[in-house]
Every structure is written in structure tokens, then in C-alpha cells.
Design a protein around this ligand. Structure first.
Ligand code: PLP
Length: 407
């Protein structure tokens, strides 16, 4: 049967303690044992079905982990309190003193800063490459390389990773391929395409209501168990665990993710096509003009579209700021970082989410000053939004006044 992330979530069945249609929330940080021996076995990781302490795991956390693993077609998953909590734990579980990673140069600024500034303090070094150049990726591999790390669709430049080819390179050199799939949940299933580990910031589309932080690591059962090991597991010992109440609320939102993703994709695609026709410098992986479009077509579950993320280069930071402020004033969205909200969110990554990347590197990778990153919302009438956005663009001089307006 065809693999479908939404069906996989829908096929799970949970009941609450009293027959509730939602699983009961385990509002406890610690758990009792009927015998001291059972407690010892649980510490050793040998007591399936027993809970120890909520930093390790909780019933509510396991329900959410199971649903996310099903979504990604992974054997297992482990949730974290933030996306960075998941990313840093996964990397540090795989890389220690003297190890090296090959990483896409266009990635979320926090991940970049971690690898560039903090990981070297633990003896972990990184070579950043243009990951769309597969020869560059392979050439950057050293004797001590352990991991290739990319984002399926990168933040903020929306470059598309060729996951099957990266997986071939990774396997050839006996490495682990880690893919951050935050921008493309439902659409792309990296593990099915050969990735070893998939990461998400749940803070974004998956939760979708901008009210909580969260992260997840999906991978083999063996890897997930290692992360949770009480003696040397990075998830267990670095401590970025998620609270049960949050895990329960994210699970409820996850169930509507497939519907939301379709609407985000429909709206973003509508705007991208119109803006392109207007002669604006728009980047959207659903556009045939996008360098990664064909690659994206090969990888996506097409019913979920090409995602809700789009960028627009309006030429200068000054123009970008004027436009964003005006769009917010007209209630077309919010001038805010993050993504996956029901309202459109926009920010200029060069001075916000990617500001950790030095200016000369931003220029080299094509991250210009006037670039606005949009997370397109769930607007019911996207044509109306388009008309109002165009009006703002005319007022700030990004688009010329139309003859009708000028008359
Ligand atoms: N990965 C991507 C692609 C992101 O955009 C972000 C945050 O913006 C993160 C990871 C980090 O997630 P969190 O903010 O939940 O720690």
C-alpha cells in the first residue's frame, strides 16, 4: 500500500484511561514501582512498559513520539522540548571529540551557530558546503567525518536537498545522514528516501499554533534507545525533555497537520505564481523556475504540495522593512520569526533568523539584505490577500502603480 504520513497517524488508535477518545495525560514527573528489582531493571533499560522519570520518557511523550515515528516511517522517535534540543542531542550522540560533519551552508541560523561556535568546544568540527553540489559534499568528507547534515528544504533560501543521492554518498562512506524536515512535514519523508535520522522543530508547522516549543528525533530503535540511555544518552543527560501536557497538546494538533499543509501549500503556490507573473523576485520550490523544482517533484507526496515557505527579494533591507511594517499594519500577517502559523509570518532572515551567519558568508550563499522570508498562512481567500499585498508593494514602491491606479 502507498506510504502516506497522514494515514499512518490516522491508523494509530489510543484510548484514555476511562475510554476517552484522547489518551489520558500522565501528569507526573516520577513513577512508582511495585518492586525495587523492577526499578533497577528500568534504569538498565530492560523493563519495557515501565516509566521511571519524565526526563527519560512519559506515557504522553511516548504517544506523541509514536505518532511522529509513524508519520516519518521511522522505527522510533524521541521528543525534545525544542527543535534545537533535538538537533544538538542527535549531533552530540553521533559526534564526539575529534569527529567531523559535512553540513549544508544554508541551514537555520541556530544550527549553524551551534556547529560553528559551540560544537568546536567539544572537539567537533564542521565543513559547510553547497549541498546542491554533490561533488562538493563528497570532497568535503574526511577520515573523521561521521555525519552529513542537511535540511530537506533549507532555511531561509529554500534550496532542495537531493536526499536519495546524499544517502548514497553517506552510505558509501559509512556515515549517518541527518535531515531536518521542519519546512516540509507530510510532503517529504526523508527516511523513506534513505536518511538515517530525521529531525523537526515541532514549534513550526507540526504544532501549528505558535503556542509552544518542541522538537523530535526520528530514527532506528537502536539510535533512539541510545539517546535515552541513563549513562551516556544525550537526550537524557542534556535534559531538553518535553513536558507531558505539551506532548498531549501537540499530539492533538498533529492530527490536522495534513489539512493545514495542503492549505499552506495552496496559498503559497497561489501567491508565488502571481508574484512571479508580476515580475517580482520570488523563490518557491513549487515554481518551475526554482532550481530544485524537479528534485522536489521526485521526492514529495504530491497531494500535500510544495509547502508554505516562500521568499521575496525586494532589493534592500529598507524596502523589506517598509513592506513588512505596512503588511502588518494592514493585518496581512505578522512581522515575526518562526513559521507554520495560521497567519502569514514574515521576517528578513539576514537580520533575524540567520543573523548568526557572518555577512560575507550570507552574501556568498545568496542571502541578500532585501530578502523577506514568508511563512504563508491559512487564509481562506488568498486572492483577496494577494490584492492587498500588491497594494502595499505599490505604496512602498516595490511594484509600479498600475495604470488603473495611477489614472
Ligand atoms: N530547524 C529549522 C529549519 C528551524 O527553522 C528552526 C527554528 O527556527 C529550528 C530547527 C529550531 O527549532 P526550535 O526553535 O524549536 O528550537
Amino acid at each position: 500500500m502507498k506510504f502516506d504520513p497522514a494515514n499512518n497517524i490516522q491508523d494509530l488508535q489510543y484510548f484514555g484511561e476511562f475510554g476517552g477518545v484522547n489518551p489520558s495525560i500522565s501528569d507526573s514527573s516520577t513513577y512508582t514501582f511495585l518492586s525495587a528489582k523492577k526499578m533497577f531493571d528500568t534504569f538498565e533499560g530492560n523493563a519495557e512498559g515501565c516509566y521511571l522519570y519524565s526526563r527519560h520518557s512519559s506515557p504522553s511523550g511516548l504517544y506523541l513520539s509514536e505518532a511522529l515515528a509513524a508519520m516519518e516511517g521511522a522505527e522510533a522517535a524521541h521528543i525534545a522540548s525544542t527543535g534545537m534540543g533535538a538537533i544538538t542531542a542527535a549531533i552530540l550522540q553521533l559526534c564526539g571529540q575529534g569527529d567531523h560533519l559535512v553540513v549544508s551552508r544554508t541551514i537555520y541560523g541556530g544550527t549553524y551557530a551551534f556547529l560553528k561556535n559551540l560544537a568546536p568546544r567539544f572537539g567537533v568540527t564542521t565543513t559547510f558546503v553547497d549541498h546542491t553540489d554533490l561533488d562538493a559534499v563528497e570532497s568535503a568528507i574526511q577520515k573523521n567525518t561521521k555525519v552529513i547534515y542537511v535540511e530537506s528544504v533549507s532555511n531561509p533560501l529554500l534550496e532542495v536537498a537531493d536526499i536519495p543521492s546524499l544517502s548514497k554518498i553517506s552510505r558509501k562512506h559509512n556515515l549517518q545522514l541527518l535531515v531536518d524536515n521542519t519546512f516540509t512535514p507530510m510532503m517529504i519523508s526523508p527516511i523513506r528516501l534513505g536518511a538515517d535520522v530525521v529531525l523537526h522543530s515541532l514549534t513550526k508547522f507540526i504544532n501549528g499554533s505558535s503556542d509552544t516549543m518542541g522538537g523530535v528525533i526520528c530514527g532506528s530503535r537502536e539510535f533512539i534507545d541510545r539517546l535515552k540511555n541513563v549513562n551516556d544518552g544525550t537526550s537524557m543527560l542534556l535534559g531538553a525533555s518535553m513536558d507531558s501536557l505539551r506532548a498531549a497538546s501537540i499530539l492533538k494538533n498533529l492530527r490536522t497537520l495534513h489539512i493545514r499543509m495542503k492549505q499552506h501549500s495552496f496559498n503559497a503556490s497561489f501567491l508565488a505564481e502571481r508574484f512571479q507573473a508580476d515580475g517580482l523576485r520570488v523563490v518557491y520550490p513549487g515554481l518551475v523556475s526554482h532550481a530544485g523544482h524537479l528534485q522536489m517533484c521526485k521526492m514529495i507526496h504530491e497531494e500535500y504540495g510544495y509547502g508554505g515557505m516562500m521568499t521575496l527579494d525586494v532589493g534592500s533591507l529598507e524596502k523589506a522593512n517598509q513592506l513588512m511594517e505596512l503588511m502588518q499594519e494592514r493585518n496581512l500577517g505578522y512581522l515575526a520569526v518562526s513559521l507554520g502559523f495560521y497567519k502569514t509570518l514574515f521576517s528578513a532572515p539576514g537580520t533575524s533568523t540567520s543573523s548568526e551567519i557572518p555577512e560575507e558568508e550570507q552574501l556568498e550563499m545568496g542571502l541578500s539584505d532585501g530578502l523577506i522570508r514568508f511563512s504563508i498562512g491559512l487564509d481562506q481567500d488568498i486572492d483577496r490577500t494577494y490584492q492587498l499585498m500588491v497594494k502595499c508593494m505599490r505604496e512602498v514602491g516595490i511594484l509600479e502603480e498600475s495604470p488603473a491606479v495611477m489614472a
